[in-house]
Ligand binder design. Structure first.
Ligand code: ARG
Length: 596
């Protein structure tokens, strides 16, 4: 975990104070216990009463070591502490860290206002490359919600790593190979014709796919036929290849439409079929390393020692599998981007075992080949898994045909957003563009507002609400901040009287502004855009408390008032919050409207 700036400063200052107060004990025990900033850092906790400071350190258990009573220890150490951002106060057996509001405010606000969209940038990724595979839908099937979640989570991770200074390669790995294409070909031959490939071709293909699975329950020969058809495809039979290519063209067009709607572009599209000529060399390499064995005519890698099922590389009839292609792909990505820092696979948790198996095989391969540790990709590849998406309590599956077409989801969201907006702001000139931004934003945010391993329960009323934990709520807050700035009409400056932002509501906002960079770092480290979405919700909530605050007479304590210095100070806060929400939404993949 990346460190919190204030906690870190306080931990260092406090450790130094302990050394000054107890030099003899320090000499004895050295840089351990309270003399080590790390120990203090990890002991810092949030006091229940916020009046007791931002965080506190309990000294009770050091009484024995320091041979003094806790309150004495706390009083002496606090008195000896000089801390750049505030003060240390000994209360009972605690050291309470207080942050000086004026120092905090002036530091944070001037940093946000000068850096703008670059606030929170880091160069930790300088010279390092992160690959992020995401989306990876299957050709000839509609783009389902599972792929939607992958697309969105991966897109956000890409932006987060860019912000942290990494070179990022966004990869799409469409599934366009394997036995299911045999099935599609058979289904098309039996029940399809030219008209299937026209009009709403993706829906027509889905209907064929669903019909195939229904009929295959009673007709066992169908699966044999499709295996045969897939073999013909692998053998390059022109009629079959042509059909497959048509399926591909249709699907790619649909995929592109979806990506356009979401604002996603890929740096590298590498389909499963692009690995066709990479599988044989990969298999040979595994054979040479002695990893493979033949079992009932099939070529496998056994992983019993790892308590994992064996990986099937080649079936008895010579057909390759999904795992064969992923193994070839792992090797290929390492060859194409040698020494990458990380290679992520943003894929549903249902495939956890598959990735465990593949990564284990790679580890065994690199071990068997005695590749020097620092030249191995093992340890740099990660399955970034995520949970299911349910629509009103139901999981979606393509096989059963109860899939929700993504375009419909987005269109419906935009329509509902338009209804909402026209009630609130009927005169809005940009209503088309804005409802699109809100509709898409609602869908994107719905996928990022819980931790990725949790399931998402998608409910229209909830994701589109302008209140509550939604994308539209954040977008609305952003638009409101912009409207305040328009109304103010002057240049916003950081040259303000910081003491005027002393109220607890303003202080909370400033604290959250200060913590934004940390939220980005955490999101990057833990592959969790959720840290950013949650942070933005907290920030918007805290700002709305400033915005809605009432004075003693029950009147709204207006941001823009006749009190010039106060207005100037508050507008600096407004602009800082606007900049951070704007950038935060960008990192999640949402647009931030200026008006709605
Ligand atoms: N196309 C696959 C599916 O829809 C997902 C691919 C995930 N990526 C990978 N490298 N295996 O199930």
């Amino acid at each position: 975990m990346t460190k919190d700036k204030y906690k870190d400063q306080f931990a260092h200052a406090t450790a130094k104070a302990f050394r000054q107060v107890y030099p003899d004990i320090f000499k004895e025990v050295g840089e351990t216990e309270v003399f080590a900033p790390d120990v203090i850092y990890s002991g810092l906790a949030k006091p229940k009463d916020p009046g007791m400071g931002r965080f506190a350190f309990a000294v009770f258990r050091y009484a024995k070591l320091l041979k003094e009573k806790p309150p004495e220890i706390a009083a002496k150490v606090a008195a000896a502490t000089t801390w750049e951002s505030g003060s240390s106060i000994g209360t009972g057996g605690f050291l309470n860290a207080k942050i000086d509001p004026v120092k905090q405010s002036s530091g944070v606000i001037s940093e946000v206002l000068t850096k703008g969209a670059h606030f929170g940038d880091s160069d930790m990724g300088k010279g390092l490359t992160n690959l992020v595979e995401h989306s990876s839908p299957n050709i000839a099937k509609p783009f389902g919600v599972g792929h939607l979640r992958s697309t969105i989570v991966g897109h956000s991770l890409r932006r987060i790593y860019q912000k942290l200074g990494f070179t990022v390669v966004g990869i799409n790995y469409p599934g366009d190979w394997g036995t299911q294409f045999g099935k599609m070909i058979v289904a098309y031959r039996k029940w399809g014709d030219d008209s299937t490939l026209k009009g709403d071709a993706v829906k027509n293909l889905l209907a064929l796919y669903v019909r195939y699975h229904m009929e295959a329950e009673n007709d066992k020969l169908l699966d044999d036929e499709s295996r045969e058809a897939f073999k013909q495809l692998e053998a390059g039979e022109p009629e079959v290849v042509k059909l497959w290519e048509t399926f591909k063209t249709i699907s790619h067009a649909e995929m592109e439409r979806v990506y356009d709607l979401l604002g996603v572009k890929f740096d590298w599209v590498c389909s499963e079929s692009d690995l066709n000529d990479k599988m044989e060399p990969a298999i040979e390499r595994m054979e040479r390393a002695g990893l493979t064995s033949v079992s009932q005519g099939a070529l496998v890698v056994h992983l019993e020692d790892e308590q994992l099922p064996p990986v099937l590389l080649k079936k008895g009839d010579g057909a390759t599998l999904y795992a064969t292609r992923d193994l070839a792909g792992l090797i290929y990505r390492w060859e194409k981007y040698p020494g990458f820092n990380q290679s992520l696979y943003v894929v549903n948790t249902a495939q956890s075992d598959h990735f465990k198996q593949c990564l284990k095989v790679i580890e065994m391969l690199e071990e068997a080949e005695k590749i020097p540790e620092n030249e191995r990709m093992t340890g740099r590849v990660k399955h970034v898994d995520f949970g299911w998406v349910r629509f009103a309590g139901k999981t979606m599956s393509t096989r059963g045909g109860n899939t929700v077409l993504l375009e419909d989801v987005i269109t419906e969201a935009s329509d509902l957003a338009r209804k909402n907006i026209s009630e609130k702001n009927p005169e809005l000139a940009t209503i088309d563009a804005t409802s699109h931004i809100i509709g898409v934003g609602a869908v994107i945010f719905s996928q990022l507002c819980v931790r990725r391993q949790r399931d998402v329960d998608f409910r229209w009323e909830e994701v589109l609400s302008f209140e509550g934990e939604t994308g539209p709520y954040l977008q609305y807050t952003h638009a409101r901040l912009c409207s305040l700035m328009r109304r103010y009409g002057h240049e916003v400056t950081a040259e303000i009287e910081h003491a005027l932002l002393n109220g607890p509501e303003e202080q909370r906002v400033i604290e959250l502004l200060a913590d934004f960079p940390k939220a980005i770092l955490d999101a990057g480290e833990q592959y969790e855009p959720y840290f950013i979405s949650a942070h933005l919700l907290r920030l918007a909530g805290a700002f709305n408390k400033v915005y809605q605050r009432k004075d003693a007479d029950g009147n709204i304590d207006k941001i823009i008032s006749d009190n010039a210095p106060l207005t100037i100070a508050r507008m600096a806060l407004v602009k800082s919050v606007q900049l951070v929400i704007n950038e935060g939404l960008h990192l999640l993949g949402l647009e931030a409207p200026e008006e709605m």
